[in-house]
Design a protein around this ligand. Sequence first.
Ligand SMILES: [Zn+2]
Length: 169
Amino acid sequence: MVKVADLWQRVDPDARRVLQELSGEGPVPVGGIARALGIEVKVSALGPGKSGMIQRSGNTYVIKLNRFESAERQRFTLAHELAHFLLHRDIIDASPEGITDNVLYRSGAPEVVEYEANALAADILMPRDQVRSKFLEIGGRISDAAISACAEYFRVSKGAMEVRLDSIA
Ligand SMILES: [Zn+2]
């Protein structure tokens, strides 16, 4: 079982600070965070079955997102690739192609690597304290409407928010 607090411990303190400073009220500006960390973000036609990828490009990194997927999905994929950048740079650097994730966020890397990236991505997009306070603000009771309202506010899918609310409510 991966604890998200342990994952944050592995993140470079400077990067952690950037994330904290840029995640305030409202939807987390995950694109702005990536760029603040020096990552180039591109939206392109990645080919069928692929959601996103991250690779080294000279002295920096580039994340590509599948432009045919929904905005919420692209946000989650961006957070997932960002999590690979924060946690798994050795794996990215080990191949010129970096890491490419299919629609199930599988890349050929060990399962735990993808699990870690998904857990950190969820925590980046849906910061626990902010989700809790939004949830309380709208009544603090799990319902379809509450899940929708929180999902819309944080600009994530309802499925992702449902899992999140279950873990904090
Ligand atoms: Zn991945």
